[in-house]
Design a protein around this ligand. Structure first.
Ligand code: HEM
Length: 428
């Protein structure tokens, strides 16, 4: 294996993998390893050619799918590919840790949880918040706009979505943000079952305390009120079910969009013509955001086979775990022409950043607008974004692939470009 693959988690990719490295790795695919962190796109391309459905013995054993169509079909076929016994690897039986609802509940029950969250996450609920989100973005940009250089991940893409979410979606005091951010990071980046179980228990405890504060209060509206008042089959949720419904909301609201924004800035730096085109034509923000979502999709989740099923000549047995690596599906050339390039002229961009089927992201409108607002405001205030030579992007991946560090240089834009309300991503 290439030398850098033995480095600590979170270190940067510095060179491409050789074919021998890839052949060796796919015999024992481990999505928690540094090699996957650095080369998962190359692993996906290799697998599509050589072994599009492959078993790994890591973490108790699981299958990995590499073709767009297979990943999408598995996501849609919830009767064959259940989330029931848990969709996290490494992760314990959800009966023993906190279950994620609706994420780890199969249809039909899972619809009731989505119905509760939906009114607060649909496009018509998100649109009125855009001006507030822009103000949060401007506040953060003001802190680095004159510096000419910064780590855009630490200064902007990591803090922006949690701050906007806490202030304007949940309406919670910012003093509580550091604790929950730390808990979410520990849960999403747990590299073994013990850490995962503890992290989800801690997230559950935090959610319990939050919900207890609002229980019985008249002003418990928004997402928190929706969780407290949700009913499944006409019955109110138990306290445990309520806190387990809060967990994915916190993970989705705090973590997922950051990585897409950070990768988006990297793509802008790598494509200077795109920076100019989007400022000149703000209506291109919509297609740009879709490409950022496609190329920067962070999430890979798991399913559990409920029966023996054959895919691409391989038999997946009842009870086997199956990984749906959405970022890998997003680079399949049979679905996306020139899949590794940022193209604003794609006619059809049915990317899998938000998954597919019954569990497709219920927060997709919010996530999409976080990305759109962040990029729109950044391009309005700075120009000539470039990567700092010798300081490559640093990613960390487990259930999510997150951008931890990205050093850029830029100039303050005078006068400010893209007007503050020129473009929103809009509903999918
Ligand atoms: C760009 C940002 C986001 C990305 C890339 C993303 C990605 C995903 C993906 C891939 C899934 C499906 C998982 C599966 O197949 O099992 C999902 C589900 C979910 N997401 Fe997001 N998400 C984002 C933003 C958000 C936000 C902002 C929220 C909430 C505030 C959220 C809440 C959820 C919830 C509750 C589910 C579970 C849905 C279900 O199981 O029915 N996400 N997300």
């Amino acid at each position: 294996m290439a030398m850098h693959d033995t480095e600590a988690p979170g270190s940067a990719a510095v060179c491409s993998a050789t074919k021998d490295d890839l052949a060796t790795f796919v015999e024992h695919i481990d999505h928690v390893s540094q090699f996957w962190n650095n080369h998962s796109d190359e692993v996906g391309a290799y697998m599509r050619e050589q072994c599009p459905v492959k078993h790994s013995s890591a973490h108790g054993g699981f299958w990995v799918l590499a073709r767009y169509e297979d990943i999408l079909q598995a996501a849609k076929d919830h009767e064959t590919f259940s989330v029931g016994p848990g969709k996290l690897v490494p992760g314990e039986d959800p009966e023993k840790r906190s279950r994620v609802r609706p994420g780890e509940v199969d249809p039909p029950d899972h619809r009731a949880y989505r119905r509760a969250l939906n009114p607060w996450l649909r496009q018509s609920a998100v649109e009125p918040l855009l001006a507030d989100f822009r103000a949060v973005a401007d506040e953060l940009i003001a802190q680095f706009v004159d510096a000419g250089t910064c780590d855009i991940a630490q200064s902007y893409s990591i803090p922006f979505p949690p701050l906007a979410f806490f202030r304007h979606v949940l309406g919670l005091p910012e003093s509580e943000l550091p604790e929950i951010r730390d808990l979410v990071t520990r849960a999403v980046f747990a590299r073994d079952t013990k850490t995962n179980t503890q992290a989800y228990k801690d997230l559950g405890e935090w959610s319990r305390r939050l919900l207890n504060r609002y229980r019985g209060r008249d002003d418990a509206d928004g997402i928190i009120g929706a969780v407290l008042n949700a009913r499944v089959n006409g019955e109110p949720l138990s306290e445990r079910e309520q806190l387990e419904t809060m967990i994915p909301v916190m993970i989705g609201g705090l973590d997922t969009s950051s990585s897409v924004i950070g990768t988006g800035v990297r793509l802008l730096a790598e494509n200077p013509d795109v920076q100019r085109d989007v400022v000149a034509n703000p209506e291109l923000i919509g297609p740009l955001v879709e490409e950022f979502l496609r190329l920067g999709a962070p999430s890979s989740l798991f399913r559990n086979a409920t029966r023996d099923v054959e895919i691409q000549g391989q038999t997946i047995h009842k009870g086997d775990k199956v990984m749906l690596p959405y970022p890998i599906g997003n680079r399949d050339p049979t679905e996306f022409e020139d899949p590794d390039s940022l193209r604003l002229d794609r006619i059809r961009n049915r990317h899998l950043a938000f998954g597919g089927g019954a569990h497709r992201c219920v927060g997709s409108n919010l996530g999409r607008e976080f990305v759109a607002v962040a990029i729109e405001r950044l391009l309005a205030r700075i120009e000539d974004i470039e990567l700092v030579p010798g300081q490559p992007a640093v990613y960390e991946s487990v259930q999510l692939r997150a951008l931890r560090s990205l050093h850029i240089t830029y100039r303050r834009r005078e006068p400010a470009g893209v007007p503050a309300d020129a473009a929103t991503a809009g509903a999918a």
